[in-house]
Design a protein around this ligand. Sequence first.
Ligand SMILES: Cc1ncc(COP(=O)(O)O)c(C=O)c1O
Length: 397
Amino acid sequence: MSFSLPERVTLKGPNFIREVFERGVGVPGFISFGIGNPAPEAIPVKVIEDAFDFIVHENPMGLLQYGPMQGDARLSELTLERLSKVHHMNLEGQGLIISNGAGQLLGLVPITVCEPGDEVYMDDYTFTSAINSVRNMGAKAVGIKTDEFGMIPSELEKAAQSGKGKYIYLIPNFQNPTGITMPLERRKEIYAIASKYDLFIYEDDPYGEIRFAGEHVPSFKSFDTENRVLYAGSYSKTLSAGLRVGFLLGPEDVISTIQALKNNTAGQMPLVTQKVVAHVLDQIDYDAHLENVRKVYKSKCDAMMRVFKEKGSSKVHLTEPTGGMFAWMTMPDTVDCDEFFETCMNKNVGIIKCGAFASDGVENGHAFRLSYTVPTIPEIEKGMEILCALTKEYCGE
Ligand SMILES: Cc1ncc(COP(=O)(O)O)c(C=O)c1O
């Protein structure tokens, strides 16, 4: 038989990330700035190996049965403690979900809160899964114009006047794909608009702990006096992406509804990975570990910036991230970006065309995402030299 699938579940943008991966795999000397994986050197392999060993032998039956729906109790306790003490979030009236990475939440939140026809406001270029999961619900992933500080409040307000808005999706720290961090004043302006139009804010913060320059900016959740922020975090970028452990903090009633949906569709999280993360957090000085992670990312980002400043075309703009994994390269409008991309690929350098991240209503732009996390520093330098030479060839000195 042939299944008749609703159109909404088939809606998705172009998968340029996979294209770069597939075309680059096995090609000798290929340098990919395309892969958004965490830096391998930042993963504390031995600590995690030891944690697995301990967990598996300490109480095997504690791992081999169904676990609690709401997640491992010790992991929840440690996560909440950090959100309260380090990130100054008020936990009163809040609930926590332990999830299969922050990624699972990108699906669960729109499924729980959106009706077909609703609007969700997000940056014009943002994380692909956040866009597609909203589309798959039959809701609209409305792209809002951004500047060097992130989403522009007046543009958000224009869109919100439709009265169809449900929530605002934001990655306020080291945004994927642009690397931009939203300053506090901008966060406050966005919060005021959310309040005026009674929207909630989905603050997706998987990179927040990886600040390697500049000053910490308080999260939306830390000043959420009206209880309208859902805050998502993850251990993927700070410990290991393969463990698939993330979390969501938000108003108890909303969280318990999302939890019920998760129970029905995905059941419990594996116990073993949750207990490994909890054990690691119990065993190590997590802040000292994060300092090491930040050093790794800083040195790689610095290498990318250094070569670009020395050798890139002055007509091309590259964002200077203060944390996270991505930089955003904007070309003059006259450049044919498809051709530029093909030339890069032919020279064995992979970058991601901005169309991969375009939310609804966003016109074809002239930008690329560059990730500095996976290549080694010599590879970053070599790849950037090739890329910079091409920027001069296409755009002039
Ligand atoms: C903005 C954003 N949210 C969520 C995720 C998913 O992270 P996790 O590995 O925790 O599922 C990513 C991963 O790249 C991301 O960039």
